[in-house]
Design a protein around this ligand. Structure first.
Ligand code: AMP
Length: 499
């Protein structure tokens, strides 16, 4: 996640976020991480893992390897398959230990210096770090670290983690990591590589995923199980919220430096973000999405001739909806797989154009029919509006839009790319207004209870919800320190500590 200075507060050190001014509602990181220790062709395994995690970040990728004497690094803008595909590149990453990262960012700020993993030569040896997620106190930490003399080379908050480790008064590297983690606020799953250890850690609420796997004894830490499948590795377990997993050789041990606390896994991973063939936190994503579709059919079923998914994100929910409603499922919209996700194209012009590049109607499945269109979410409404129009142009008698998540009304500050609050359609328009805006005959979203039932089996408990659902509810479980006057919070907690 990039550094950004808080609104109007450049702090004692000045506005150090070099090229991008702070935009409070915009956070831009969706990431995938993958690390392996003690395997032949470690860097090639990482490249394959990152390829399977390409959906978590498409703008850049980086791999660091360690060959027993030296660390090596290669970073590129663009897709993994385009850049880590040759013996020439992989050959530059020798060693039996390697880790890598996929990055996504919406601004011109994606320059190589901002591509992870970040590497630093510390007093106790080399350290590479990459993380998925977003620190919510990174600006505050950065100001403090710069005031203490740290020199930042990038605008990534990962760098704050490295500086916290480097400047910690603890001796041992793991104690330094714990010390650093105690100062971090945010949602993060990180992977780190030292000369003899592969380390994984999750924030205490476990907002972002991280799993432990093994390939012929070699431990692996990665964001999703689909990255284990691609290399034939076995899934061992999810890393627990707040846990630090330390791999040394084939040994894996666990540290639990934080007191047990309620966990809040990101519910949007089930809705959209994770790959459907992954299993996260013990729940198969594809099955969860099908169950959301079935909930939708029960909650807001309507007479129709055909259920059509908006591909690919709406497919599992549409399968579940069609089965529950006993309405034929058809691929009435075909997706061109050779274009990226339109949502993440930086400019509105390109996004508008992008929808047409990406989808086309399969007319015979639509003409003259009453269509239920299923998608996972409406964000800006650009895709939905165009798709509804396309379906009408193809002769649909009626178009009923069903959305497999509640209205997305609030930006994510924990590592999923969402536009500013004003750009989120549901924060400006009521459901009826949204229906009119996208041009559908009817529009329904799954209820929060329906979503909770589908992913976890229990209803949302207002007192202690099991998931982070801030994008739907505005209930942000991890404090947004940089946004909410970080200095004050910090000073108060220092005073409390001293008292
Ligand atoms: P729109 O109708 O333009 O708001 O686009 C909605 C589409 O964007 C849905 O099909 C979602 O699958 C997709 N989407 C939702 N959240 C994200 C995200 N964070 N990044 C990329 N695409 C997303």
């Amino acid at each position: 996640m990039d550094f950004a200075e808080p609104n109007g507060a450049s702090g004692g050190t000045g506005r150090l976020a070099t090229t991008r001014p702070f935009d409070a509602d915009k956070f831009h990181e969706e990431c995938g991480v993958f690390g392996v220790l003690g395997a032949d062709d470690a860097a090639a395994l990482v490249a394959l893992g990152l390829h399977a995690l390409q959906h978590r970040g498409q703008e850049a990728a980086g791999i660091v390897s360690y060959d027993g004497r030296q660390f090596h690094s290669h970073k590129s803008l663009g897709h993994v398959g385009e850049n880590f595909n040759s013996e020439e590149v992989i050959g530059k990453l020798p060693g039996r230990a390697a880790m890598g990262h996929n990055r996504y960012s919406t601004t011109g700020e994606t320059v190589l210096r901002n591509v992870q993993p970040l590497f630093a030569e510390l007093a106790m040896g080399g350290l590479a770090v990459a993380h998925n997620g977003n620190l919510t106190n990174s600006s505050m930490l950065k100001r403090e670290l710069v005031a203490r003399g740290c020199i930042f080379q990038s605008t990534m908050d990962t760098e704050a983690i490295i500086h916290l480790i480097a400047t910690s008064r603890q001796q041992d590297l793991l104690d330094r990591l714990v010390d650093a983690m105690r100062q971090l606020t945010g949602a993060y799953s990180l992977v780190a590589l030292t000369e003899n250890m592969l380390i994984g850690a999750r924030d205490p609420m476990g907002v972002r995923p991280l799993v432990l796997g093994r390939l012929d004894g070699a431990p692996i830490l990665t964001s999703e199980t689909c990255a284990l499948d691609i290399i034939g590795a076995e899934f061992v377990r999810d890393v627990a919220p707040g846990e630090i997993v330390v791999c040394e050789g084939e040994d894996v041990r666990s540290l639990a430096p934080f007191p047990p606390a309620p966990t809040r896994f990101c519910i949007f991973e089930y809705v959209y973000f994770a790959r459907p063939d992954s299993n996260v936190e013990g729940v198969g994503v594809y099955e969860a999405r099908k169950r959301i579709g079935a909930e939708l059919a029960r909650e807001s079923g309507i007479d129709a001739d055909v259920v059509i998914p908006v591909p690919d994100s709406g497919v599992p929910a549409a399968v579940g909806y069609a089965a529950e409603a006993a309405i034929p499922f058809e691929l009435g919209i075909i997706r061109n797989h050779y274009v990226g996700r339109t949502f993440i194209e930086p400019s509105q012009n390109i996004r508008d154009f992008g929808v047409k590049l990406k989808h086309n109607v399969n007319r015979p499945q639509i003409d003259g029919k009453r269509v239920v269109l299923v998608d996972d979410s409406i964000v800006r409404g650009t895709t939905s509006r165009k798709i509804v129009q396309m379906v009408r142009d193809a002769g649909a008698a009626e178009v009923h839009m069903r959305i497999a998540s509640p209205p997305t009304m609030h930006p994510c500050f924990y590592g999923i790319d969402t536009p500013s609050r004003e750009e989120l359609l549901a924060s400006r328009l009521s459901i009826d207004e949204t229906r009119d805006y996208i041009g559908a005959d009817s529009l329904s979203y799954v209820t929060m209870d329906g979503l909770y039932r589908a992913v976890g089996g229990q209803a949302r408990d207002e007192g202690a919800p099991a998931y982070c659902d801030a994008c739907f509810t505005g209930d942000y479980p991890v404090p947004l320190i940089d946004r909410n006057g970080g200095e004050t919070v910090r000073q108060l907690s220092l005073l409390a500590e001293r008292a």
